[in-house]
Design a binder for this molecule. Structure first.
Ligand SMILES: *[C@@H]1O[C@H](CO)[C@@H](O)[C@H](O)[C@H]1NC(C)=O
Ligand SMILES: *[C@@H]1O[C@H](CO)[C@@H](O)[C@H](O)[C@H]1NC(C)=O
Ligand SMILES: *[C@@H]1O[C@H](CO)[C@@H](O)[C@H](O)[C@H]1NC(C)=O
Ligand SMILES: *[C@@H]1O[C@H](CO)[C@@H](O)[C@H](O)[C@H]1NC(C)=O
Length: 178
């Protein structure tokens, strides 16, 4: 009985801590830049942030793959700002067609987990037609654990047939606002 009370007491404190901890975090987009390197294969219509309120900016992307892409790769690189943006944590090349089937890379799995519910970009290859990310916003709860406070850049260079076709650069801030 006594140990049960202690157990629930600790559980309650832990939950209270997690909740207040999450609310004290600012985790939001600060900028988005997209550029096509080959407008005869990938056209960008929209690449924009929209301010919803003080703590939330949504990201909205819309592009068209003009011909079916069967071999898709992405170079995912994280940067953290410290006198300019410096490489941070990971720089990986991902086979997208393999990833959408097996989520074989843990870093990419975290990134994809953040936005998969806001996109139609979650099916098997090939990819053709409109690719959309709509109303995507960041939530600290979607991260497996906290990251150091700071300004970050996630750069994604997308390849079709092993050649770069477009880049998406996503800037965000993560700040423990205690
Ligand atoms: C650009 O896209 C076209 C398809 O529309 C493709 O044939 C060509 O190889 C691409 N160029 C590069 C450099 O990837
Ligand atoms: C900001 O908007 C998000 C998403 O709609 C919402 O969940 C959150 O409660 C809002 N925060 C404030 C401070 O209004
Ligand atoms: C994406 O852009 C295309 C071309 O401008 C447009 O036809 C389509 O409705 C847009 N889709 C969304 C969801 O904004
Ligand atoms: C893709 O996203 C749609 C819309 O959110 C969802 O219904 C579907 O289950 C997702 N598919 C996969 C493979 O995650």
């Amino acid at each position: 009985m006594r140990s049960t009370i202690i157990f629930f007491g600790v559980l309650f404190l832990w939950i209270a801590f997690r909740l207040s901890y999450n609310e004290a975090i600012v985790f939001k987009f600060t900028n988005a830049i997209c550029e096509s390197y080959n407008e005869s294969w990938f056209v960008i219509h929209k690449c924009r942030l929209k301010a919803v309120n003080r703590t939330v900016n949504t990201m909205n992307l819309n592009g068209t793959v003009l011909h079916p892409a069967y071999r898709i790769g992405v170079q995912l690189q994280m940067f953290k700002r410290a006198n300019g943006y410096k490489p941070w944590l990971f720089n990986i090349h991902l086979d997208v067609c393999r990833f959408v089937k097996s989520q074989y890379n843990p870093f990419a799995k975290v990134v994809f987990g953040l936005f998969k519910e806001f996109t139609n970009f979650n099916h098997s290859c090939p990819y053709v037609g409109h690719q959309i990310v709509e109303g995507f916003y960041l939530r600290p709860k979607s991260l497996p654990h906290a990251i150091p406070s700071g300004d970050y850049l996630l750069s994604m260079t997308w390849h079709f047939d092993k050649r770069p076709q477009f880049i998406t650069k996503i800037y965000f801030v993560y700040m423990e606002d205690l």
